[in-house]
Design a protein around this ligand. Sequence first.
Ligand code: ATP
Length: 598
Amino acid sequence: MIQIHNLSKRYDDTLILNHTSFTLPSKGLICLLGASGSGKSTLLHLLAGFDSQYSGDITVWGTSIGKLNADELCAYRRDHIGFVFQNYHLLSGYTVLENILLACELNPSIEEENRKNAKELLNKLGLSQKTDAKIENLSGGQKQRAAIARALIRNPRIVLADEPTGALDRSNSNELMGLLKEISKDRLVVVITHDQKICSFADEVIHIENGKMIAKGIDAGTDLTDQPVLSLNKTVKGSAFKRGLKNFNVHLIRYMAVSLAISIGILAFMLSLSSGNRMEESISDFKDKNTAYNNGYIKGEDDGTVYELLNSDERIENVYNQYKITDVTLRLGDKTEVMAEKYPQPKATESMSYGTMPKAGEQEIALSPSLAKKFEKDIRNLLGKELALEYGEKEYMLTISGIYNAGYDDFFVSSDIEKEIYINADKEKSYSISYDVTDFEDIVAVSQMLADHNIDSKTSAKEVGALQSTFKGLNRLFLIVSILILAIGLSISTVLLIKLQNSRYKEIGLLSALGFNRGTIRRIIVSENLLLSAMSVIFNAVLVGCTYLIGMIFDVAIIITPLQILLSIISTGVVVILISILASYKLIRTEPAAALRK
Ligand SMILES: Nc1ncnc2c1ncn2[C@@H]1O[C@H](COP(=O)(O)OP(=O)(O)OP(=O)(O)O)[C@@H](O)[C@H]1O
């Protein structure tokens, strides 16, 4: 029997049930009557363990359900309660049979028996033709019968039905009540109704008036001798992943829309980043073409002050004095050219016709066109050839790395070769100083520092400055755009995922009402979220591929580094999982009564 003692229930300031006490028998058919809004459904939800926010006590077969923990309450709902909802709460996208078997999902070991029982019930309820029909294609009355079948399938000891005949005609109502009367011989069946004729089936009629339960009718008597014990088996069977997969399939279109939106957001962010990469590439292009971009040259005699200033600056390296040298011989094949005087010249301000300036650490030489022509008519052919440079007693074998645009006979050699040559030079007075700026970013600042000291240096600072100011502005712009795109993408994704989760309150409320515990529901949702995340990752990868393809077709090079691609794919997955966890946090924790009302 169920003993209701001093039960009160309020919603905010409204008292619905007011210190009411009543004892319901262990078997028999009870009809619950009352004006609309009097609290009939509320009472049924409390008896079913859908809502634990009340005062007073409900004792079922000697156990107070208010004292049960969350898992025990789930076991109570799953193993002892069959509930017929006023609004059916059947899952769209699933068949009638699947909806009914949902109640047995936590006991899949007897799957065949469950199916057989479900079909028998459908037969009894006149729904056998609709076994495999999608629930959304059923009429109101058919849905009601499917909901009744789901409540009865596990043969529960307590059946609570909220207006089960509301959508049925008289003959179907009578048939159903006949069935409920039949099963009430060995269990308790409580039926909410507004129909007085239905009450003729009842063993007892209870009215709810002013928050109190009042008996009106024949008392079925409280059968204390036949009182079962409330067994609570907390073992959970059934695969949460299987249900998650099914749900994912049913909601596939919705999930696809969400993952597409998220992937597009992250792709847009990546494309924006790609513009930043393009700038990086332009800078590296500039560096490749202007191999002497970081070199500086200061002409004039120095008493050591300029040299000291350069040497003491941490941004500067490879500082050395340059000297005029005489009688330099260049030999290539059978052609020899002697330069009576060779003056050091600024390297960074020269532009290249072909090839590159000699690089430090390499045995290289670059020639001016007029000098190059003395060795070969088509000066381009000289690139990569070996040229011997003789100075003093020494000979250096150098590779011709480039031809630069000076209008007189001249050459540059790699800085380490140049320094070696100066060992034998007349070092009475230096002609100029050469230095390198270690970091590209510091070139302009170093030139400015020298200008502040009234030192005139020849560098590529002007070009680098122009490049930097253009790129700095654009970079900032793209960074802002990227962050904006990411923020918009994340906001849209969050809203979509929250909407997706919010649309599922009823479904999750139903699972909870059927006895799925919080852990199982969490695992179902996590499975779906993992599937959603995997789908988003795949979409993201496909979209990146398509973008590359479109870029190739329309000849727009899209620069995204493999690391950025990997990061974007991983972040898509992580973003989806994190937002899903956040969005489903409340969903998992909502009690069935509240979830089903949303
Ligand atoms: N979750 C809730 N939050 C706030 N108010 C609620 C909530 N659930 C029910 N109520 C209110 O409690 C009162 C009783 O509702 P309940 O559904 O139990 O009535 P009822 O007797 O079953 O009505 P009906 O016969 O129309 O179905 C109503 O005024 C309803 O608006």
